[in-house]
Design a protein around this ligand. Structure first.
Ligand SMILES: Cc1cc2nc3c(=O)[nH]c(=O)nc-3n(C[C@H](O)[C@H](O)[C@H](O)COP(=O)(O)OP(=O)(O)OC[C@H]3O[C@@H](n4cnc5c(N)ncnc54)[C@H](O)[C@@H]3O)c2cc1C
Length: 382
């Protein structure tokens, strides 16, 4: 009998397995329907011997010392600050938009103060900021919106930014200085030997058993367990009883080229041309030296693996219905990106899993206290 069945071997499932086995001494079985651990962060050496990310580039960044400290038990790190270029009007320009982006695009020589005034002169006055379009035009005006954001968002989401919640483009800052880093978090680094190696260290424990190529549906009535942690899609768990929660997906096309370097930085965005949105070259992320190089093209699509919850009010409402069902299912903890229908970064999922573990152990302590009190009461009454 397992104390916990954990569905999904991504960050959510693996962190909880590690804590439950290592800290609480529980016997845990992790299952995953894929043929590997690591969830969407899985990386592997391709046929050329280059370390690539199967599900697109995963760049680690966090402001949480707790999350960084926790993961550092399972990996050393390679310092890495992410930089992205985007192709606009035949030029390769830094994104998020900064001073250099504007100067190079329009052949100007503005200072930071002049750029602030420039933005003031071109930004649109939007009274009620609701959509992704509103966010951008109210900060940098229509021309920059159309060149950098509109078509990229249309490709990425299959929808016009005017139909999408403001949160999608609110994640991307606009800068008036020359800071061209994609993230500004206190901790930015890549696992020195890759994510999969880190996951292996995390879940290697005599109390943790792993079964791959195993769908929860196929084994849920066969495997004996006391409690469950479910990190798959919450609507799937409840047999889609209220309908399907929509996800945007991606097709990844991995290629190896016979050249040492394919592009200047790890990621180049293509907002206005091609069907793909971006190309990632992994050697920039991993620091690997190799005669050849491997890259991934991303083609957004519907009806494939669930990657991005679609941020629209009707979907949030639908999720709330599933959340109510989840809240009424006491022996199952729903954790992670798919089980809570949220766009979470890796560090946020680790934080969510660690906080779930604290709740579980407090709950266990409360259980023990109740049992002790009851035992004490029955002892008195006997
Ligand atoms: C293209 C892309 C790029 C990203 N880039 C970044 C980035 O740069 N930085 C960052 O911080 N985050 C990034 N993320 C987010 C990151 O992938 C997630 O935060 C993280 O992987 C979530 O972990 P999780 O355990 O919740 O889910 P997952 O990693 O999705 O793991 C869930 C697991 O559950 C399994 N599963 C589902 N249903 C079943 C079932 N019925 N039976 C058995 N197993 C099941 C799945 O196979 C999967 O392995 C990116 C995501 C995507 C899609």
């Amino acid at each position: 009998m397992f104390d916990y069945l954990i569905v999904g071997a991504g960050f959510a499932g693996s962190v909880l397995a590690e804590r439950l086995a290592n800290d609480a001494g529980k016997k845990v079985l992790i299952i995953d329907k894929r043929n590997h651990i690591g969830g969407n962060a899985y990386d592997y050496y391709d046929d050329a011997g280059i370390l690539i990310h199967k599900y697109g580039p995963h760049i680690f960044h966090t402001n949480s010392p707790e999350v960084f400290g926790y993961l550092s038990r399972f990996t050393q790190w390679r310092p890495y600050e992410h930089r992205v270029l985007t192709t606009v009007d035949g030029k390769l320009l830094p994104i998020p938009i900064n001073l250099d982006t504007v100067n190079k695009l329009y052949n100007l020589n503005l200072t930071s103060e002049e750029l602030e005034k420039f933005f003031d002169s071109i930004k649109e006055d939007v009274k009620n900021i609701r959509t992704s379009e509103d966010v951008v035009v109210s900060q940098v005006g229509r021309d920059l919106y159309e060149k950098f954001f509109r078509n990229y968002t249309r490709k990425q989401w299959g929808m016009d930014p005017s139909e999408l919640d403001k949160m999608v483009t609110s994640r991307i800052p606009t800068r008036t200085n020359q800071d061209d880093r994609y993230f500004t978090d206190a901790h930015q680094a890549m696992p020195l030997h890759g994510y999969t190696r880190m996951f292996e260290k995390m879940i290697t424990h005599p109390n943790i058993h792993v079964m791959l190529n195993t769908d929860y549906k196929a084994v849920k009535d066969i495997i004996p367990f006391k409690k469950m942690i479910f990190t798959g899609p919450v609507d799937e768990y409840f047999d889609y009883c209220y309908g399907k929660l929509p996800y945007r997906s991606l097709q990844f096309v991995h290629k190896t080229y016979d050249t040492r370097e394919f592009q200047q930085v790890a990621v180049v965005n293509y907002p206005n041309e091609h069907e793909y949105t971006r190309i990632t070259e992994y050697k920039h992320l991993t620091g690997q030296t190799h005669e050849k190089t491997s890259v991934t093209y991303e083609y957004p699509c519907w009806n494939s693996d669930p990657y991005y919850p679609v941020p629209k009010p009707e979907n949030a409402e639908l999720y709330q219905k599933y959340k109510s069902l989840a809240d009424e299912t006491p022996d199952v903890h729903f954790v992670g990106r798919l089980a809570t229908y949220k766009y979470y970064n890796m560090d946020q999922v680790v934080a969510q899993a660690l906080s779930t573990y604290s709740k579980i152990t407090q709950h266990n302590l409360a259980d023990i206290a109740v049992k002790r009190t009851n035992g004490w009461k029955s002892h008195l009454s006997a």
